[in-house]
Write a protein that binds this ligand. Structure first.
Ligand code: ZN
Length: 77
């Protein structure tokens, strides 16, 4: 499944992360934002659908969808 589905379309072009180069592991892919350093981990283990986890400063971000990039301008803040 595409991860696009869980990105809030209301955010639009603002608040988007600038993802750097992806680091691939056997059951996950990590990519960090060049602006706010948040880390997006795509977990893909056998027999389950892939899911996303986000980490900031090494701590899990508890969120349902992609957090807004804190270094980008947020028009509705
Ligand atoms: Zn960011």
């Amino acid at each position: 499944m595409s991860e696009v589905a869980i990105i809030n379309p209301a955010i639009g072009k603002h608040g988007r992360h600038k993802w750097g180069e992806a680091k691939r592991f056997p059951y996950k892919t990590e990519v960090s934002c060049e602006r706010c350093q948040i880390v997006k981990v795509t977990r893909h283990e056998p027999s389950v659908r892939p899911w996303l986890e986000f980490y900031r400063d090494g701590e899990r971000v508890n969120c349902e969808r992609t957090p807004v990039c804190e270094s980008a301008e947020v028009p509705f803040a």
